[in-house]
Design a protein around this ligand. Structure first.
Ligand code: NAP
Ligand code: ZN
Length: 349
């Protein structure tokens, strides 16, 4: 066992605080990674505070992990000591079902094993990246091709990057398509960068008028203030695809009306409270669709990392020490993040 310092929530109402956990010693197929940086996803907050009603405590969040390989098992072929490596939201899956065979482990029929909060459908708890080290099967570790100086800004790609890349690819974002990104937070700012790099016309929808300039700098061709009905009306029936990253319950109809015939709005935000039921007439009159999407498979996560390295895409980050995490969560609730907090794990002493 490897003693590891970490930060944990002990209950839905307690702040995160220092905690010590044991990692398994690396087995034949495992890599041990010294965690250098870990991004802070809104899912960490939902989980630590029990907002999805499935949290196992103590809860050590963190699934945007980057670091250096410090040990490898005998059968490990693709990593060696000293390599940079990443770990995203999953550390295992059944490997036998049709989704796993298709490389879509996030849709594993028996439930993948989350990097934190254990198997989705029950089982032993797992502890995430707000910690000094992690031991993971090599098949769930990712290679990082960005330069080392960008490492902290690469961390958020492991969740925010893949959660936006996967649906943008699946629904064919590219030249000739007008893509709306709703919400300029951690996911949304990656969505803007990635959709732009894929060649789509990108329209950002934000509730924050202070984010207009940033939206354009990040790659949006146009920015619409979603609380302004006139600005919204100008986009009626204009969009081929909308990626909705909003972390709170809101009126979906306002966006459905912006889709062209046969357009799709994909929800990736996972709010604690359900959205009000959408008006079916917005769907049936233009054969529009509402869909959902969950992170991405391991192969696609590697594709995304390679795509981002090739296109020089990283996250815009604010680096924080571990003991700032509770303040960071409060700022995240106020949409006051530009655009992802990343924990410098050297601060966890
Ligand atoms: P975040 O950084 O907090 O960003 C969310 C953004 O949504 C905010 O910056 C804000 O953007 C907008 N927003 C927040 N409250 C709003 C409201 N009441 N009405 C309208 N807009 C609002 O969060 P994140 O880390 O990007 O995560 C977003 C959501 O995705 C979370 O629910 C998270 O759990 C979920 N998630 C899902 C997956 C998946 O696989 N499906 C993966 C990761 C995360 P503006 O200021 O621009 O309006
Ligand atoms: Zn996440």
């Amino acid at each position: 066992m490897i003693k590891t310092k970490a930060y944990a929530a002990q209950s839905s109402t307690s702040e995160l605080a220092p905690f010590e956990l044991d990692r398994r010693s690396p087995g034949a197929e495992d890599v041990q990674i010294e965690i250098l940086y870990c991004g802070v996803c809104h899912s960490d907050l939902h989980t630590a505070r029990g907002e999805w009603h499935n949290t196992l405590y103590p809860s050590v969040p963190g699934h945007e992990i980057v670091g250096r390989v410090v040990a490898v098992g005998d059968k490990v072929r693709n990593f060696k000591v000293g390599d940079l490596a990443g770990v995203g939201c999953m550390v295992d899956s059944c490997g036998r079902c049709y989704s796993c065979h298709a490389g879509e482990e996030q849709y594993c029929e028996t439930g993948f094993t989350g990097t934190y909060n254990g198997p989705v459908f029950g089982g032993e708890n797992t502890y995430g990246g707000y910690s000094q080290t992690i031991v993971v099967k090599e098949s769930f570790a990712l290679h990082i091709k960005h330069t080392e100086k960008d490492l902290a800004s690469v961390a958020p790609l492991l969740c925010a990057g893949i959660t936006t890349y996967s649906p943008l690819r699946h629904w064919g974002a590219g030249p000739g398509q007008t893509v709306g990104i709703v919400g300029l937070g951690g996911l949304g700012h990656m969505g803007v960068k990635i959709a732009h790099a894929m060649g789509a016309q990108v329209v950002l929808f934000t509730t924050s008028s202070s984010k207009v300039e940033d939206g354009k700098r990040l790659g949006a061709d146009e920015v619409c203030i979603s609380t302004n009905p006139e600005q919204m009306a100008a986009y009626a029936n204009q969009l081929d695809f909308i990626l909705n990253t909003v972390a709170a319950s809101h009126n979906l109809d306002a966006y459905l009306q912006l889709l062209k015939r046969d357009g799709t709005m994909t929800l990736v935000g996972a709010p604690a409270e359900p959205h009000p039921s959408p008006n079916v007439f917005n769907l049936i009159f233009k054969r529009r669709q509402i869909a959902g999407s969950l992170i991405g498979g391991i192969r696609e996560t590697q594709d995304m990392l390679d795509f981002c390295a090739k296109h020089d895409i990283v996250s815009d980050i604010e680096m924080i020490p571990m003991d700032y995490i509770n303040i960071a969560y409060e700022r995240m609730l106020k949409s006051d993040v530009k655009y992802r907090f990343v924990i410098d794990m050297a601060s966890l002493k």
